[in-house]
Design a protein around this ligand. Structure first.
Ligand code: ACO
Length: 357
């Protein structure tokens, strides 16, 4: 089994002879072994929002499925990510120094230079290299798939993948078309090298920058003179803007497509899937995707009623709640799919937990 310091020999299929291992055989397998999550105690419900903007509980519930969202009052992104990570590590029966790498999927870092190293320090995961990864609401899926590559190549054995976002910082609280959608939170999983086969059965990641204008949190700057001959642009980030109808159309067309591709790659059919966890953006999107794949609604895991759209946190938060409730059990086949700004989208199918324990 390749490990740190191993030399991996790449052998083309055509020249593979008896007793010579193929690349697939040489790769280390990956298992997602535990989860954890963290939410904020401050709750903002639809009735609270109807006192802030021209909206109603009825409109929000019927158009989105959201009733409440939890928003941060004093917790930093680092606090939320650390709390989720701590639980995931403890639920794996590990301690922070066992972790080799931390990938923090977030679009709302405390520091633009990266928040993951601060999370590493807060956790006491002193051996881990830590970095941020930004892919908006696809962030967790992209981070999980990235982590798997490091494990498969034998470079690292235990990786903490965190999805955490505080979009309440960047919501325009006077724009009823976006402020009703978002909440804050964090979720995390531990991925571990597996010597008993690969439990990540397939993945796919996609981007289409031509649709970037549909959902933005842009930098806006103004020209400033420095000295007599030079100019720079300085400014800051504005607020979230979104063409909801376009993003909706994109999601209901691209998410089933990407899930179908991953099912095909994994040589699986939709009825084999035990649980479908989609990015928690809108109940109508979740149901439309399940219907297109012929996956019964009872297999959909949804908690957006309580938390709204928590961006990169939404999938691991829903996963962790389902694991804690005993809904997701050892060996269950889980399909996850994220979609959002970029625009980006992607999916992964994996088998939960150690099969042999
Ligand atoms: N309360 C009352 N009325 C509202 C509200 C509100 N909160 N928001 C919009 N409306 C009005 C609109 O002004 C419009 O009125 P009009 O017909 O008089 O013009 C009407 O309701 C319908 O508006 P639509 O935008 O067409 O409503 P729609 O049914 O599409 O629902 C929604 C809007 C919920 C945003 C939906 O389009 C959606 O969920 N889109 C996808 C969002 C998403 O998935 N984002 C994921 C990525 S997030 C990320 O990456 C960070």
């Amino acid at each position: 089994m390749p490990n740190r310091g191993s030399i991996i020999l790449f052998i083309a299929d055509g020249v593979q002879g008896k007793g010579v291992k193929s690349l697939a055989q040489l790769q280390t397998g990956v298992t997602v072994i535990s989860s954890g999550s963290a939410t904020c105690p401050q709750i903002l419900d639809n009735n609270d929002l109807s006192r802030i903007v021209d909206t109603s509980d009825e409109w929000i519930r019927t158009r989105t499925g959201i009733t409440r969202r939890h928003i941060s009052a004093s917790q930093s992104l680092c606090d939320l990510a650390t709390a989720a990570g701590e639980k995931a590590i403890a639920n794996a029966g590990l301690t922070p120094p066992d972790i080799d790498m931390i990938i923090l999927a977030t679009s709302t870092p405390d520091d633009l230079f990266g928040t993951a190293p601060k999370v590493q320090a807060s956790l006491g995961a002193e051996r881990a290299v830590a970095f941020d990864l930004t892919a908006a609401c696809s962030g967790f899926v992209f981070a999980l798939n990235t982590a798997c590559q490091y494990i498969r190549t034998g470079v690292y054995r235990r990786i903490l993948v965190i999805g955490a976002d505080c979009l309440s910082r960047w919501v325009d609280w006077s724009d009823r078309s976006t402020c009703v959608l978002f909440g804050d939170g964090a979720g995390a999983v531990v991925c571990q090298a597996s010597d008993e086969g690969d439990n990540i059965l397939g993945f796919e990641m996609c981007s289409d920058g031509r649709l970037n204008h549909c959902l933005n949190l842009p930098f806006v700057g103004q020209e400033k003179k420095i000295g007599s001959r030079h100019r720079v642009i300085q400014g800051g980030y504005t607020k979230i803007t979104m063409n909801g109808r376009e993003v909706y159309r994109f999601a209901v067309s691209k998410v089933p497509e990407v899930l179908e591709k991953v099912l095909y790659k994994a040589d699986l059919t939709p009825e084999k899937i035990d649980w479908l966890i989609l990015h928690q953006a809108n109940q109508r999107i979740l149901e439309a995707v399940a219907e297109r794949l012929n996956i019964p609604k009872w297999k959909l895991i949804a908690n957006l009623n309580e938390y709204g759209n928590t961006s990169a946190a939404s999938i691991p938060l829903a996963l962790d709640e389902a694991v804690a409730k005993g809904q997701i059990r050892q060996g269950h086949l889980i399909a996850i799919a994220g979609f959002g700004a970029g625009l980006t989208w992607g999916a992964t199918i994996f088998r939960w937990g150690h099969l042999s324990s």
